[in-house]
Design a protein. Structure first.
Lengths: 332, 277
């Protein structure tokens, strides 16, 4: 029998390996960019650029980890391989809440409204897609499509009603971007802290994720309180999604791409996938953000990272639809 | 509540009564007609009991209440003399295993991983398995004759193989009570008898208690210690196979005339339906 038991030692070993990989990638991302470190002349310049890149790397890590964990948890609990905070409209709900709060309330309230928008959307999608106590996989995705369309319209309306000089900001923020000249260190700390807390929480819930993926009755009979697990997971996923959208705008498909790439290598066991998604989500978005900064060297402008992930995520979604989805819906 | 379970006085009191005691159960799904009404059932420790009855008579609901997935509207279930509600979810999962009727295929888990899931009520917060869990899973695979499939993905298996894997997962749980909802529905006759033979062995050698919902009257009559016949949410008859497998008991419940014969080898009764021509 091939299976290697998951022991505490292997678990810690895997986490240390991931940590090392993240450190290496982050280090490279600080050194690389439109301008090369070795081409710089003054120390002041080096300090400024490294500071900015350090900020980008930490932001990308926090947001990437948060979104990958949210995607993984939603896929497990909704039992749908195509669930993702962006696809289901959860990021859209967070965006709407944040825009409303920052336009007509105070900017400090924005993350809280992001969380509320995200949580309300998960609740809505969950209720809409349910039929006779079961989640219909197609209905779930379709309700995501409709909810996204609704939010897009609401955001356009809000933008139209906003003062003209704010419109450009909103439009750019909606593209989802990491690299900025206006660092928000407190928000980075909040998102990073929440993502880490979610990783610890999901690591404890991972056993339950596995059982729910197999069947809710089975999970219940094996001692999982399914309703409570679902509530806790939805709230945690909403928190990290809302906070990460407040920091970097809606960045799509990270929550879809990360868990699936990891499943291809590690298999379906959430006890392995949770720590992996935390680190790999961070690494993936650091690399994507680095790519946008390298493009600056070519075009003179830094494209928003959300555009890049969406352009990669769209085809990936179609690929999953043609492979994993078919298998998942046939065996139901 | 945990103190009560380990309490020697409670244990002694429990030893006097039946191991599984279902009293005056009432249940209805939302906005529906009652599924169970005034249902009572007593199962002795170390018995294999088959629950029989027509479609929609409330058999599956009964199992889901006993395993704690549904809360009864009326009545009470006691396990070893203690009300089900007094057990924690985890404590219950270490005592009762449940093999549901339809098993959704997993999302790429192997047979061995699936069977190891039966150990989850026994593992710690992060769910790491020990050598003890590994041993229990391998033993369960061997007993259900699926150890050759250990590394295969669950989706690749036939319905019958998958069913045996789910039974193996229940055994890996090392419960005192196993509830099975039509475990032989997809199996050929060899594996039907293999499953019931295995249940018999476990009852005899490990003092396991088994409650099994079945549509197959003859398999049930051949293997069970006791039969219980459910009709419209009530227990229509209960007792040894000879007391239940009788035309005057079965015909009204199934609304079809039956003829009862006896197996010369085992001495057990069997049923031949004789629908009016």
């Amino acid at each position: 029998m091939k299976l290697r038991l998951l022991t505490g030692r292997r678990y810690v070993g895997a986490i240390l390996l991931w940590l090392a990989a993240w450190v290496v990638v982050s280090g490279l991302a600080v050194l690389l960019g439109a301008e090369n470190v070795w081409a710089w002349t003054s120390w002041a310049k080096v300090r400024d650029v490294v500071n900015l890149r350090f900020y980008s790397v930490l932001t990308a890590s926090a947001v990437g980890a948060a979104l990958a964990l949210a995607g993984l948890a939603l896929q497990a609990l909704l039992r749908n391989p195509l669930a993702d905070p962006f696809v289901l409209g959860v990021s859209g709900g967070a965006s709407l809440g944040i825009i409303l709060a920052s336009l007509w309330l105070t900017a400090i309230a924005a993350p809280a409204f992001g969380f509320l928008g995200a949580l309300a959307t998960i609740g809505l999608v969950y209720v809409v897609a349910q039929r006779r106590g079961r989640l219909e996989p197609y209905t779930l995705l379709l309700s995501g499509v409709i909810i996204n369309a609704f939010y897009a319209a609401a955001i356009m309306l809000t933008t139209a009603l906003a003062e003209p000089e704010r419109r450009g900001d909103i439009a750019y923020w909606m593209m989802g971007s990491i690299t900025t000249f206006d660092p928000q260190w407190t928000m980075v700390a909040i998102v990073g802290g929440l993502a880490t807390a979610a990783a610890v929480l999901f690591a404890v819930l991972a056993k339950g994720f596995n059982l729910v993926a197999v069947g809710e009755d089975t999970a219940g009979a094996l001692g999982v309180r399914v309703e409570r697990l679902r509530l806790v997971t939805f709230v945690a996923a909403s928190l990290v999604t809302g906070a990460s959208v407040a920091l970097a705008g809606p960045i799509g498909f990270v929550g879809l791409i990360c868990p699936h790439l990891l499943r291809m290598v590690l298999g379906p066991d959430h006890r392995r996938l949770v720590p992996a998604a935390f680190f790999f989500g961070a690494i993936l978005l650091v690399v994507a953000d680095l790519a946008t900064r390298l493009m600056e060297g070519i075009g003179g402008q830094t494209p928003p990272v959300g555009v890049l992930t969406a352009m990669a995520g769209g085809p990936f979604f179609i690929y999953l639809l043609r492979t994993r989805w078919r298998r998942a819906s046939e065996t139901r | 509540m945990a103190q009560g379970i380990g309490n020697p006085v409670a244990a002694a009191a429990a030893a006097a009564g039946p191991y599984l005691d279902v009293r005056d159960l009432g249940f209805a799904y939302r906005q529906g007609a009652p599924v169970l009404e005034g249902f009572s059932l007593a199962v002795e420790r170390g018995h294999l009991v088959c629950v029989l009855g027509p479609n929609g008579s409330g058999k599956s609901t009964l199992l889901r209440i006993i395993v704690g997935l549904l809360a009864p509207a009326k009545g009470e279930v006691r396990l070893a003399g203690i009300p089900l509600a007094a057990y924690g979810r985890g404590a219950l999962a270490r005592r009762i295993a449940y093999v549901p009727q339809e098993t959704l295929a997993a999302v790429g888990f192997t047979v061995l991983e699936t069977v190891l899931m039966g150990r989850s009520p026994h593992t710690g917060a992060l769910g790491f398995e020990t050598a003890r869990d590994w041993y229990a899973a391998r033993e369960a695979l061997r007993l259900t004759d699926v150890d050759a499939l250990a590394d295969r993905s669950l989706e690749e298996l036939s319905g019958g193989e998958r069913q045996r894997v789910i039974v193996a997962r229940a055994l890996a749980q090392e419960p005192d009570l196993v509830l099975l909802d039509e475990p032989t529905a997809f199996l050929d006759i060899r594996h039907q008898h293999a499953i019931y033979g295995l249940l018999r062995t476990l009852v005899k050698e490990r003092n396991l208690t088994v409650v099994c919902v079945s549509h197959d009257l003859n398999l049930a009559a051949a293997y069970a210690d006791r039969l219980i016949l459910v009709s419209r949410g009530r227990a229509a008859a209960a007792g040894k196979p000879d007391d239940v497998i009788r035309p005057e008991v079965l015909s009204p419940v199934y609304e079809t005339p039956v003829e009862i014969r006896r197996d010369d080898v085992t001495g057990r009764p069997y049923v031949l339906p004789r629908p009016p021509a």
